[in-house]
Design a protein around this ligand. Structure first.
Ligand SMILES: [Zn+2]
Length: 132
């Protein structure tokens, strides 16, 4: 298990517990629940209560479960959400991922470098300009 920290960009609260990142998720039509996402970039396995289910292609809002701020990243794309990753040396990167259920793409941004993960990673290529 790696020792990376994942934090809310607003309150810097730790979102990782064991090997999962915990989000409060909700849709505009009222569905809401806790979603646990695997902390390994590019691993899209999730855990949730059996009563929570999102449709394929549904737009899901990701919210910090500590400060309740929305994790939207409109500066990149309306379909992307962001958190902060801190490595063992304390260096921070921005992690972006798709809010669309079923879309597999994650981006790690540090200085002038973007690393992309997932089958759908080319979907938001244009959001990253020349550095992708
Ligand atoms: Zn927060």
């Amino acid at each position: 298990m790696n020792k990376l920290n994942y934090m809310c960009p607003h309150c810097k609260g730790h979102l990782r517990v064991s090997n999962h990142i915990i989000f409060l998720t909700k849709t505009t039509n009222g569905k809401s629940g806790l979603l646990l996402v695997n902390s390994e970039l590019g691993n899209y396995s999730v855990l949730m209560h059996p009563t929570l289910s999102y449709d394929l292609g549904e737009h899901v809002n990701f919210v910090c479960p500590i400060c309740y701020e929305n994790l939207d990243a409109p500066e990149y794309d309306k379909n992307l959400a962001k958190i902060i990753m801190e490595d063992e040396e304390g260096k921070e990167s921005t992690i972006l991922f798709s809010k669309i259920n079923g879309e597999k793409c994650t981006y790690k941004i540090a200085k002038n470098e973007v690393k992309a993960f997932g089958d759908d990673k080319s979907e938001y290529r244009s959001s990253f300009g020349d550095i992708f």
